[in-house]
Design a protein around this ligand. Structure first.
Ligand code: IVH
Length: 716
């Protein structure tokens, strides 16, 4: 919308616009902070705030009681207990160009009456695109974690934060008696892609970006859901501290590092404002290689004494400023929608675009997720974008953030061509012509072609060789397609075992790979080497590589840590016939912490399918699956390998947290007591399990004893 220049606004215009801005910004705060579902880009949001501020500067008498300048974010959501921040969690003012940055430091210099040649020490850090979190430690132990909320009152998400491995539960060294560390929770690109892939497979709506995924994952009522999400945390600031351990920002965060936090490795100290701008441009170039989203740079005066003197203005400190990157958005035309078939038969629509440069990268494809996404509605039937469904030929706005697949933000309806019709999602698989069906309650269509569908086989092999699975370099989709379509036996790859027999088959064949286009002698040698070095593989990687539905990396690791030996695991999976049988193997599997009935059933189904057993037998002739190594520090832990049962209600820590602690030190957590149990941790009102443990003569400790034991382990 074209806006009247600020200088031309009448008092009436200004009052009207301030009223509108207050309402509009409050709405977007709510969408962003409470619903984790922003309706506009960060850049557009910043423009609204900037406009609001500029009008207020010209008409200070019109500043409203509900002015967005007085507020930080949205009120805390009602789903969590609220908690008052001892020191307000402030936001940052923004610079929109380098002149704003110069002006900012010039103003600070004048405010502090520093001479022109006074060397200002300035810290530059990436601005992490996640959500801020305050972590309160008392006597070195995490007692509270709170989101920012409205800056004064946040949500108590302690149980959830305790499941994040970057957040120490007990601090290292001698921290101040009271220490509130603040920083950003975020999700790395790779973990975001894995999460969305899993959600798609299970028919759950995908998260639009890593920030939403991080927010949605942290703010879960059930902390065990958070625990299954790969959240990360960078510490960059603080709130209440009983005694300051340092007098500069840099020394403070280095202290945090020593206490056990992760600080961003790109944090740097500068003495010259010019260099701050170079840092910004440098980071903007590196942005897509970092593996997580950043949306700008934050500059902070290093001296805490100067920070103190500068203080704050309404919602932001006078000693720090954010310089955001320009939005990575662009407008292009949707040429076509292609359907890709994944290894589990899910049909995924992909937008083919007229190439366009976004943030320095040429973009030709964008993700469209599923049928509902194209229609512009969520799984619950709620509109997900302003302008409804996406049609071939539409002019669309796309957004690219880091190396995440670009997304379609909206459609420019005014440019829609006459006669453009709604997209009809196909009901047959484009790869094998089998029926594609969408089950009730699911968001995706799946091909029913199973083993006859070439796309599924090729995708399964791609997954099998992918980086976190067998990691076979030089075997990308093109080559897999080539080997899959090859006519001669000596070249065919139709199942994982074929990868490992390729070299031998080639040796005895007259049809040589060397004579094929794209395969030089060195490339072939390298490929064989890359295959042969993977003839030994860790249990967890092997299991993940099999692509069993619902068995992602984390789940595979859980199984591997629990069973240690792949053979033992396979025998159990084959002997467990499913939940109805009530057999020991099934019980044992669902007793593993983090393994539910859906995963267990999926694994058991897989290992009870004759086809799969045949494929596995061939594969196991070629590769050796190594026992899972546990984290090295665990070996020395007195609870390493011990089977522990927690029972009764624990007062100081959630059940989830204690389990998490135990697993960090190599213990195996089970839910039922048997003669194999090594230790019982009994909370208040423990009942039958405690009784049984006494009868079996198993060692029993209470919550305090557990806490003492675990504290010693953390400190050792
Ligand atoms: S400092 C009082 N440093 O940006 C200053 N904030 O737009 C406290 N953020 O609420 C914030 N990276 O959630 C700071 N390196 C960084 C940051 C950072 C991301 C977020 C934070 C803050 C928001 C302000």
């Amino acid at each position: 919308m074209a806006r009247i220049p600020i200088d031309h606004l009448t008092c009436m215009d200004a009052a009207r616009e301030l009223k509108w801005l207050a309402k509009e910004i409050a709405y977007h705060d709510h969408r962003y902070n409470t619903q984790d579902n922003p309706a506009i880009s960060d850049a557009d949001y910043d423009l609204l705030r900037k406009r609001n501020l500029a009008i207020e500067e010209r008409f200070p008498e019109l500043i409203r009681k509900d002015s967005p300048s007085h507020k930080v974010g949205a009120p805390a959501s009602k789903r969590f207990e609220t908690t008052v921040h001892h020191t307000a969690m402030l936001s940052l003012s923004n610079a929109f160009n380098c002149q704003d940055v110069y002006n900012f430091f010039e103003r600070a210099r004048r405010f502090l009456c520093l001479s022109i040649d006074y060397p200002q020490e300035i810290i530059a850090e990436p601005k992490i695109d996640g959500l801020s979190l305050a972590l309160r430690y008392e006597d070195g132990v995490l007692v509270k974690a709170a989101t920012r909320g409205n800056g004064m009152v946040g949500e108590n998400v302690t149980a959830n934060a305790r499941t994040v491995s970057d957040i120490p539960i007990v601090l290292h060294g001698k921290p101040p008696k009271v220490l509130e560390v603040r920083g950003e929770i975020y999700m790395a690109h790779q973990d975001f892609a894995i999460l969305n892939e899993q959600r798609e497979l299970t028919g759950c709506p995908c998260f639009a970006n890593p920030r939403n995924a991080a927010a949605g994952s942290l703010r879960q009522i059930d902390a065990s859901v958070t625990a299954n999400r790969a959240l990360k945390f960078f510490a960059y600031s603080w709130g209440e501290i009983s005694e300051m351990p340092a007098d500069t920002h840099l020394d403070m965060i280095e202290r945090f590092c020593y206490y056990g936090f992760i600080i961003n490795p790109l944090t740097k100290l500068f003495y010259d404002v010019e260099e701050l701008i170079l840092y910004y441009h440098d980071l903007e170039k590196k942005r897509c290689t970092l593996g997580y989203d950043i949306d700008g740079v934050v500059y902070k005066l290093n001296s805490l004494a100067l920070q103190h003197r500068l203080g704050c203005v309404s919602r932001a400190p006078r000693w720090a400023i954010a310089y955001k990157f320009p939005s990575e958005k662009a407008i292009t035309i949707l040429r076509n929608i292609d359907i890709q078939v994944g290894r589990t038969g899910v049909l995924t629509p992909v937008a083919r675009l007229i190439p366009v440069t976004v943030g320095g990268v040429v973009v030709t494809n964008a993700t469209l997720h599923n049928e509902d996404y194209i229609r512009g509605i969520s799984a619950e039937g709620i509109p997900i974008r302003k302008n409804g469904d996406i049609r071939i030929g539409d002019t669309i706005v796309i957004r690219r953030a880091g190396d995440v697949v670009p997304q379609v933000l909206d459609i420019l309806l005014e440019r829609r061509k006459c006669g453009a019709t709604p997209y009809q999602f196909p009901h047959v698989c484009p790869a094998c012509n089998s029926h594609a069906i969408r089950r009730a309650g699911e968001a995706v269509y799946r091909c029913t072609g199973g083993l006859v569908c070439p796309a599924q086989v090729v995708e399964r092999i791609c997954h099998f060789v992918s980086r976190n699975a067998f990691d076979i370099e030089g075997l990308g989709i093109e080559r897999i397609n080539f080997f899959f379509c090859a006519r001669d036996d000596s070249l065919m790859i139709h199942s994982p075992a074929d990868i490992f027999t390729l070299e031998k088959r080639q040796r005895n064949s007259s049809i040589k790979l060397e004579n094929m286009k794209g395969f030089g002698e060195t490339a072939i040698r390298n490929l064989y080497n890359a295959i042969n070095i993977r003839r030994q593989i860790m249990f967890s990687r092997f299991l993940f590589a099999l692509g069993i539905p619902h068995v992602g990396e984390m789940t595979a690791r859980r199984f591997a840590r629990h069973y240690t030996s792949y053979t033992a695991f396979m025998n159990i999976a084959q002997s467990a016939k499913g939940p109805d049988q009530g057999n020991q193997a099934w019980q044992d599997m669902i007793n593993i912490d983090g393994i539910g009935t859906v995963v267990a059933e999926s694994v058991i189904n897989f290992y009870n399918e004759v086809q799969n057993i045949k494929v596995l037998a061939q594969l196991l002739k070629e590769v050796t699956v190594l026992d899972e190594e546990n984290p090295s520090f665990s070996f020395s832990s007195p609870i390493f390998g011990k089977r522990i049962v927690f029972t009764g209600s624990l007062e100081r820590l959630s059940r989830y947290e204690v389990k998490n602690m135990a697993e960090r030190f190599g213990a195996k957590i089970t839910s039922s007591v048997s003669k194999n149990t090594d230790l019982i941790v009994a909370g208040q009102c423990a009942g039958l399990k405690l009784k049984k443990a006494r009868e079996l003569g198993i060692e029993i400790i209470d919550e305090d004893q557990w806490f003492t034991l675990i504290r010693k382990l953390y400190l050792s």
